[in-house]
Design a binder for this molecule. Structure first.
Ligand code: PEP
Length: 255
């Protein structure tokens, strides 16, 4: 059965890799996915390697994403990077609201919204991460937490802007832990997200790509992708090996 949406697999390399290592990984990913026709693929290197990797991948099928951005264009914001600067170095996407930014750097929902809107304004696709902690899941607060993060992240976006957004559902307890959500758990939340967006914009919701993130591996991606509302993966640890990331893309897009 044909998929309702074209899958996207994004490899989040986090704080890893010299420029040389990032270039080698990028080349191996590009070569590995060269026969993949049924999915979009992108990689998110560290800021320091973005320009080199974007040059290496220029005109090929693999896109480049940044791992974060700021919401203002210029000024006295030491250490920050503007969306237009990311466009300048060749990025097409930017991850915003990753749980590591929320948990380790105190990023709040309002900042995620500002970042996502600034990214859209610069022509980038924001991959907006949302997801509950283990304590929230155990307390039965998963859908409430996801709803609050989703509504805050998408606040004040126009219909055109909403249509360009990608959501990544990343249960915090599954990130980097080797413990992934079951396909049924992922589907429940993905369906909830789509239904929530549909209240505001039904046509957008039908086309919205909702990625799953949290210990995605070559041996669990098929089952996740078999769920009707799972449209791809945001892959951390397993994207640091071209071999495993390419297998995830191939297995996932064939599911
Ligand atoms: C992530 O960093 O977004 C992620 C999902 O990491 P991992 O695949 O390692 O759990």
């Amino acid at each position: 059965m044909a998929r309702a949406r074209r899958p996207l697999f994004c490899g989040n390399w986090k704080l890893n890799g010299s420029i040389a290592e990032s270039l080698a990984l990028a080349s191996d990913v590009r070569n590995g996915v060269s026969t993949v026709r049924d999915a979009d693929v992108s990689v998110a290197p560290s800021f320091t390697a973005l320009y080199a990797v974007a040059k290496r991948l220029e005109d090929g099928p693999v896109g480049v994403a940044a791992q974060d951005c700021f919401w203002d264009e210029k000024g006295a914001f030491t250490g920050e990077v503007a969306p237009s600067q990311l466009v300048d170095v060749g990025c097409k996407q930017v991850i915003v609201g990753h749980s590591e930014r929320r948990q380790l750097f105190g990023e709040l929902d309002a900042a995620v919204n500002l970042k996502a809107r600034a990214a859209l304004g610069a022509g980038l696709v924001p991959i907006i991460c949302i997801g509950e902690t283990l304590a929230e899941r155990d307390a039965g607060e998963t859908l409430g937490r996801v709803q609050a993060q989703l509504d805050a992240a998408l606040a004040e976006m126009s219909g055109d802007e909403l249509a360009r957004v990608v959501i990544a559902y990343e249960p915090v307890w599954a990130i980097g832990t080797g413990r992934n959500a079951t396909p049924a758990q992922a589907q429940e939340v993905h369906h909830f997200i789509r239904t929530r967006v549909a209240i505001r914009a039904p046509e957008v919701a039908a086309k919205l790509r909702i990625l799953y993130g949290g210990s995605v591996k070559p041996d669990n991606v098929r089952a996740l992708m078999a769920e009707p509302d799972v449209d791809g993966g945001l892959v951390g640890g397993a994207s640091l090996s071209a071999e495993s990331f390419v297998r995830i893309v191939k297995e996932g897009s064939a599911a």
